[in-house]
Design a protein around this ligand. Structure first.
Ligand code: IVH
Length: 673
């Protein structure tokens, strides 16, 4: 028998759905509040434990952040296209791979927010994760519970029974009005405004205090049914229909199309109409509707081949350059930054824009006081596209690039080889701050909560002189820093502690060695297995690793020659590196040891439609092939994409067979040969 409390909970859930999900409220806010008040009173009077899916239980205590959990299957990203031609190429590729069977596309809006996964067990919302790095996300369950359009329970009385385990994925976002409001407030409080809608959503969802999250009117659109035990849907549209029936909030602007021309028309309509939407969109997402076709097309390591994000063009704004600052990067490179009269662009307030280097300022002739056109595309950092020279008054000042480092006053160095102007003082504090930020970044040691404001204080107060000093920080000291309470300090110490167990290639990357990006770090660890072994290696041995050239080898060799004390200190601090077994990125079926690629050596050049060269290399390696950077007699095939240059000529000269991008994709499709 349903008690009065149960009935009231069901009634409130019904009205929550009408108001927050369907936008069709049936009762006034005051009546709704009265129902909530009544429920709270009944629950208090009953004295019984309150189930977590009761509508009164949205805001719990402090959120437990920092727990990283693995997604059931990776949360992939989307490949982008920018014009009608690229869209047509996507369609051609889809149809080619599907051997010309008819394809139906669905278009949706691409919401600019933060990707999340929501898990329901027996109809109750039990876990929510951020996308994170795609493989591991952060547990933000408590904060997601505060979003009124996230149902805490799925109504049972639906047409298709609610699956015992259900995982849906969607985008959490802040409506434009709220985003602007929060940014105004942040600036008034001396904080930096959120640079884009995604940061705003992420920042709000990752607050330590769920009650602050609750005060931010976050919203969600669910766009993927990732897992639904016991159900069999045949199309994406069918799954959307069911998700809606289960009370999940899906975006209403979803359309199916029989041809790519229709998709193009839909895009053109949204280019005009998107400004009327109350939330930010940065494109449309085009998806193959049929699930078995989606399956047949499969995915690369980064994105599905059955979908593409068709991005809107960057939005522009005009503003004035008030001053030009120079920042010092982690490797000492001096980067000029234009400080702008704040301007709203694509929903965010922009107050500065990188000018990249001295040459850029000269080429574009950017002067202090100039009116400029600023552009921002999606989450891309804003850039100066042109100077409105016709608006010049004559008062503009030509910027003179500094001859000394603005942070440590050491004379800067210019070389013929590169455009960057550098500070070569290894003790420069500005560089140290950047090195620490890099060390803590997501792709390196991933120390959450160690942001620029904290790093600046740690370095300025001389609490940290190198990255190893991070491991000696204590809650007591940390909590004396500005804007750092005891809970945040504890959290930071915990995060630093957690970073001690680290895959060797992440540490190698995190050390910030000149020329050692993520790929190079992975190659080196694949060969040497540990930093110790790499540190003992001779320069020639490093250079003999496939994919490592003389410049990188020299840089790595010199780093280990000069930095042994730092490595010893990290070791003494308890840092423990491990080597992760090389993990294939592809679904098992497509990894063929005995493939066309196995045992052969490839060079990839030019741009391949829809795939970066790094991704192409991974696909080759996963199939047992080798990838090198230069064409020699030992090369078996050159894969030449659009714009291939000298490598192409060399391959022709050496009579090395050449595969076009289309040939390459075809070979990737073949399971075995
Ligand atoms: S589908 C594997 N649909 O865009 C399919 N994604 O740039 C990937 N996004 O990580 C997701 N709106 O967070 C899909 N209607 C939509 C979307 C959408 C926004 C986000 C999502 C994804 C990112 C890729």
């Amino acid at each position: 028998m349903r008690t009065e409390i149960d009935k009231l909970r069901a009634l409130i859930r019904y009205h929550e759905r009408k108001y927050y999900i369907e936008n069709l409220p049936e009762i006034s806010d005051a009546d709704f509040d009265a129902l909530m008040k009544e429920l709270k009173e009944l629950e208090a009077a009953a004295g019984a434990p309150i189930p977590p899916d009761s509508p009164t239980q949205r805001v719990g205590g402090g959120a437990e952040l920092g727990t990283r959990l693995q997604h059931r299957n990776p949360m992939l990203s989307l490949n982008n296209c920018y014009d009608a031609n690229e869209l047509r190429e996507f369609d051609e590729r889809v149809r080619r791979l599907l051997e010309e069977t008819p394809v139906e596309y669905v278009t949706e809006l691409k919401i600019d927010g933060l990707g999340v996964s929501l898990i329901y067990e027996n109809g109750v919302f039990t876990q929510g994760l951020t996308r994170g790095d795609g493989e591991y996300g952060e547990d933000v369950t408590d904060n997601l519970r505060t979003i009124r359009s996230v149902p805490l329970r799925i109504p049972v009385e639906t047409e298709i029974a609610v699956p015992p385990v259900l995982e849906v994925r969607g985008e959490v976002f802040l409506p434009i009005d709220c985003l602007n409001e929060i940014n105004v407030q942040r600036e008034a409080e001396g904080e930096l405004p959120f640079a884009n809608p995604r940061n705003a959503a992420a920042g709000s969802l990752r607050l330590l205090d769920a009650s602050i999250t609750a005060s931010r009117p976050l919203d969600i659109f669910v766009y993927t049914l990732n897992y639904a035990e016991g159900t069999e849907f045949t199309t994406h549209t069918e799954s959307l229909k069911n998700m809606k029936a289960w009370g999940l909030k899906c975006n209403p602007h979803t359309t199916s199309h029989k041809s790519i021309e229709e998709v193009q028309n839909s895009y053109e309509r949204w280019v005009e109409e998107r400004h009327e939407l109350p939330y930010e969109t940065d494109g449309i997402v085009v998806k193959v509707n049929n699930f078995s076709q989606q399956h047949e097309l499969g995915t690369t390591s980064k994105y599905p081949r059955w979908a593409v994000a068709y991005k809107f063009n960057a939005q522009q704004a005009i503003t004035t350059v008030e001053k030009i600052d120079v920042q010092v990067g982690r490797t000492g490179a001096l980067t000029p930054v234009a400080i702008l009269k704040p301007v709203t662009l694509a929903g965010a307030t922009i107050a500065n824009a990188t000018l990249h280097n001295e040459q850029e300022i000269q080429t574009k002739d950017i002067r202090i006081g100039d009116r400029i056109v600023l552009e921002r595309a999606g989450d891309v950092i804003p850039k100066v596209v042109e100077v409105l020279t016709a608006d010049r008054t004559g008062d503009e000042v030509v910027f003179k690039f500094p001859e000394r480092c603005p942070a440590c006053d050491t004379p800067v160095q210019r070389t013929e080889k590169e455009v960057a102007v550098r500070c070569v003082n290894v003790g420069c504090v500005a560089q140290l701050k950047r090195r620490i930020a890099h060390y803590a970044s997501r792709d390196a040691l991933q120390i959450e909560g160690l942001g620029p404001a904290t790093i600046n204080q740690l370095v300025d107060k001389e609490l940290v002189r190198d990255v190893a000093d991070l491991y000696a920080l204590e809650v007591e000291k940390l909590s004396t820093l500005d804007r750092m309470g005891v809970p945040s300090a504890r959290n930071l110490v915990h995060q630093i502690e957690k970073s001690k167990e680290v895959p060797a290639e992440k540490l190698l990357f995190g050390l910030g060695i000149f020329h050692v990006g993520e790929n190079v770090a992975a190659l080196l660890i694949e060969r040497f297995l540990s930093l110790d072994a790499l540190g003992r290696a001779k320069q020639e041995e490093i250079e003999s690793v496939r994919g490592i050239g003389p410049q990188i080898a020299e840089s790595v060799f010199n780093f280990f020659g000069h930095n042994q004390p730092l490595l010893d200190k990290l070791h003494a601090a308890g840092l423990h590196c491990f080597t992760v077994e090389a993990k294939p990125n592809l679904p098992e079926a497509s990894i063929a040891v005995d493939s066309f690629f196995s045992g052969k050596t490839f060079v990839v050049t030019g741009s391949l439609e829809g795939m970066t060269r790094g991704e192409a290399s991974n696909e080759i390696k996963n199939r047992g092939g080798r990838v090198t950077s230069s064409v020699t007699r030992k090369t078996d095939y050159l894969i030449a994409g659009e714009g291939a240059g000298s490598k192409y000529t060399k391959a022709v000269e050496l009579e090395i067979p050449i595969l076009t991008a289309a040939d390459f994709f075809e070979k990737l499709q073949q399971r075995t040969e």
